[in-house]
Design a protein. Sequence first.
Length: 255
Amino acid sequence: MQDAPALASRFCGALVRTAKAAVTGWPGAESLPELNQAVYCPDIGGIMTTVSRVKRGRKFDQVLEGARTVFLRDGFDGASVDDITREAGVSKATLYSYFPDKRLLFLEVAKGECRRQAETAVEFDDTDSAPEMVLMIAGRRIAELASSDFGRSVFRVCVAEAERFPEVGHEFYKSGPGLVRQRLIAYLEGAIARGQLAIDDIPLAAAQFAELCRAEVHVRRLFHLDETFSAKRRDGIVRGAVEMFMSRYGVQRRD
């Protein structure tokens, strides 16, 4: 997976220019010498340093974890330097030394969340079991992520900032919903070849299954309508999704 800074740099091309005066992310950060080496990317409305990697040091992970908590809770606009330094337990000088601009910090946090999402994505690697069993296990994982605080927070932040940081929205989709879709399509193709399923439009069927597993869970959690989706309730939703999917696409075997 491409990291967010590398992806953002590609958008800049010949339009990159020095922009110390354009920095608005951190109050007081304009005095930092690191900003003399910053470049502005008009296409994404963000700042990227000329070096290929964000500066790292002893408290880098500490800063990142504090920023993650604040960004997922308050979003980009709501996150302040005071909140982040308080959450991370570092000084403003330490924060500025790693991230002279708020956008850089947000991109780094978003990159980490996309990696985290990819690592927890559903696997469809059981080719010996019946589709009902495989889809039930995979469906539980989809529903768990949709109902989790992590899934809700990342979704809300990435959607809210997708216009300001389009590369974050793209990366979020690729590392989450897009990755699940690819893996599900691959599994369905194998199940069709094994004579277990009959599907004409495989991408559509994959999208239908994922949405059925998130039915009611995702929207109600997103709008804080239900904070307590139990495992039993999720199982009922997923079981219904599998039964509906198999009724439409399952191959009826005759003895």
